[in-house]
Design a protein around this ligand. Structure first.
Ligand SMILES: O=C(O)CCC(=O)C(=O)O
Length: 262
């Protein structure tokens, strides 16, 4: 399964510019000789973190981003872990991740369950009310969580228990907490024995500098790839999915779990 992960700088509050960035990036990575099967985008990539403007800038029920990604997915024959966008519905604004298959089908959508107090997200966004659920692309069980969700091991564990082999993290993680960004991804990969694939942004907005360092961690905890802190770049990588059952056989934590105790 071949991946291309987008690490970009966003234009805050200007969705049109960001759609253009993502369209150009998609065209570039899909022009490579080894065409990826899956593209991964970051968190809130249409608007970036312009929280006070979201009342005006958020789209209604994915009405712009979903057809945009459906068009690119079918045109380039590629799946999208489509990052997340500010999404108005049910009287609130949600931070919603979306997954679109190469057939142009909305395979999964997930509302960020944990809102970030450090960025004052609860003042502007509604929290999702469900756990992130497993979905499948090309027969592979996968999951997606959003940024701050990474800090809550329960979410990743519940996906692992559903058989997830690749966990995606779409993020706008700040540089100030880079240590946590890297360590938690490695921890989630080791404890759940699955791949962790993340897309983060670069640049600075409103005094917050972002960490970049989009990553791919294997089920043993090896960091297979890590982008730089401040350069727009793509990670392209193939995952060897048979590593997941292999690691689970070598260190059988799922068999040793004491679900009778916790
Ligand atoms: O947990 C963190 O330190 C960063 C979280 C974050 O920036 C986000 O969820 O957007």
């Amino acid at each position: 399964m071949k991946y291309a992960i987008c690490q970009t700088k966003l234009v805050p509050g200007q969705p049109e510019a960001n759609y253009q960035i993502i369209e150009q990036w998609t065209h570039a990575v899909m022009s490579a000789e080894q065409r990826p099967d899956i593209l991964v985008l970051p968190e809130m990539w249409t608007t970036a973190y312009t929280l006070p403007d979201l009342e005006q800038k958020a789209e209604h029920r994915l009405e712009i981003t979903l057809p945009f990604l459906q068009r690119l997915a079918t045109q380039y024959d590629v799946h999208f872990i489509g990052g997340s966008v500010a999404n108005k519905k049910d009287g609130g604004i949600y931070n919603t991740a979306l997954v679109v298959s190469r057939q142009g089908k909305l395979v999964y959508e997930y509302d960020k369950a944990h809102l970030v107090p450090m960025l004052n997200e609860p003042a502007f966004l509604q929290e999702g009310e469900s756990l992130s659920q497993v979905f499948e692309l090309d027969g592979v069980k996968m999951g997606v969580i959003i940024c701050y969700d990474l800090r809550f091991p329960e979410l990743a564990r519940s996906l692992a228990l559903e058989g997830v082999q690749v966990l995606h993290i779409v993020a706008e993680w700040p540089e100030a907490r880079t240590l946590h960004w890297q360590a938690l991804q490695v921890a989630r990969a080791i404890e759940n024995q699955f791949y962790v694939v993340s897309s983060n942004v670069i640049g600075t907005h409103d005094g917050v500098e972002f960490a970049g360092r989009s990553m791919v961690v294997d089920p043993w905890g090896n960091t297979l790839a890590m982008a730089s802190q401040d350069i727009e770049e793509s990670i392209t990588i193939s995952l060897k999915l048979d590593q997941v059952p292999q690691v689970r056989q070598d260190v059988p934590v799922f068999k040793s779990r004491r679900s009778d105790l916790y």
